[in-house]
Design a protein around this ligand. Structure first.
Ligand SMILES: [Zn+2]
Length: 113
């Protein structure tokens, strides 16, 4: 089956869930729950869209801006905290569409190593 034939979500559905999960979880660096954005941070930095909710991590605006500005400290902190976050949402939201199942499995395998 081609990648295009697979189930796809509308981006607005993904955005709504992203916002809800971001608000529930809080910023992955500070734990703050107010002013938190879903920041683009795909599991594989080399790959583009198609990871569903695994493409985003909740970040407070301050850290989101630093990340988008290319701050290496922000990138380093986010890359560590993002792994814990993915681990948590995979367990906490098993009924949500987090991304294509084979990619979710790939992430779970990698996190369990
Ligand atoms: Zn951003």
């Amino acid at each position: 089956m081609s990648a295009f034939a697979r189930r796809k979500e509308t981006s607005s559905t993904t955005q709504t869930r992203n916002k809800r999960i971001a608000a529930e979880y809080g910023c992955i660096l500070t734990g703050r729950r107010d002013g938190v954005d879903p920041a683009h941070w795909p599991v594989r930095q080399s790959q583009g869209a198609g990871w569903g909710l695994l493409e985003f991590v909740p970040l407070s605006r301050y850290w989101h801006e630093r990340l988008d500005a290319g701050d290496p400290l922000a990138a380093r902190l986010v890359s560590t905290a993002a792994r814990r976050y993915w681990e948590c949402i995979i367990r906490r939201y098993p009924e949500e569409y987090l991304g294509p199942p084979e990619r979710v499995k790939e992430v779970m395998d990698e996190l369990s190593r």
